[in-house]
Design a protein around this ligand. Sequence first.
Ligand code: SAM
Ligand code: DTB
Ligand code: SF4
Length: 328
Amino acid sequence: MNDMTQAAALIESANEKWRVAEVEALFALPFNDLMFRAQSVHREHFDPNTVQLSTLLSIKTGGCSEDCGYCPQAARYDTGVENQGLLEMNAVLDAARAAKAAGATRFCMGAAWRGPKQRDLDPVLDMVREVKALGLETCATLGMLKDGQAEQLKDAGLDYYNHNLDTAPEFYGEVITTRAYQDRLDTLDRVRGADLHVCCGGIVGMGESRTQRAGLIAQLANLDPQPESVPINMLVQVEGTPLQDTEALDPLEFVRTIAVARIALSKSYVRLSAGRQEMSEAIQALCFLAGANSIFYGEKLLTTGNPDVARDRNLLNKLGIRPQGEAH
Ligand code: SAM
Ligand code: DTB
Ligand code: SF4
């Protein structure tokens, strides 16, 4: 065993915390060594030629009171997103049926709220029940949860709750001021406390340093238990948001981030998330090689574009990667 393998084994066995410096050391490996390590870890826990497909739907769009510097849905930024109140049940079910017919196994409902009030949550609970009844896994991302709300979602049949840490604690204040890092950790505790699966990741390409990217991965890896699902988003630069002109991240650094996430969160699904529309097939293929095994599937994320189903099917076919749940 070399030093890094030993360190990883030690952490796994003793349930020790990942230190930022250890994660940074992974980032600093020669690219081929990092990819080999990540792919080896990936093969210990997953079929390397299978990908999980999740389809997103924005069930309540825009007009959000928060100031997340990346987000097209914050009311205070002029981004051209049209506000839309909570969708009707039928619109949600039509989208869920279409997602299932296209091959998605999970349906994720997102709302531009700081957090749901009880009168917001009630209709969402009905949506969760009915989407679940279609035979899909259910996920929701509704913002911060108060005591008892995660339990209500669980009782309605929710499988996953998505709530991202977004970035390292040291960089967080540069991006968001209307909620604290600890607020996010508290919501994650409530989600876990209700026995829901945790979907928690972040965004890179926001102008953070490599150390801060390592800081994000360390935070995610030190959640105990680790999140079942880890979305890694590449910032989608949206005109009108404070981050619109951020210097673009080198795509190979994005691939490294996926690889490091795979190693530090060896049993989690790592989702190649926002930003795929702007990514070449070659970079996406490297992300799969680095251990990404989930994607957002369908032509729209929440308000921005994503590769359409035909394009993704074509890419997956070329790579011989099979969507989860589909026959060989
Ligand atoms: N409003 C809820 C919240 O923020 O908790 C849920 C929806 S919010 C849009 C979900 C996540 O989408 C954010 O935490 C962020 O990680 C991601 N996101 C939003 N805008 C993005 C962008 N422009 N590029 C990449 N990821 C983005
Ligand atoms: C996540 O980590 N990424 C998704 C999902 N969770 C909710 C959202 C990406 C949003 C990208 C910008 C938009 O389409 O509005
Ligand atoms: Fe609101 Fe969520 Fe966008 Fe932040 S990320 S502004 S909380 S919709």
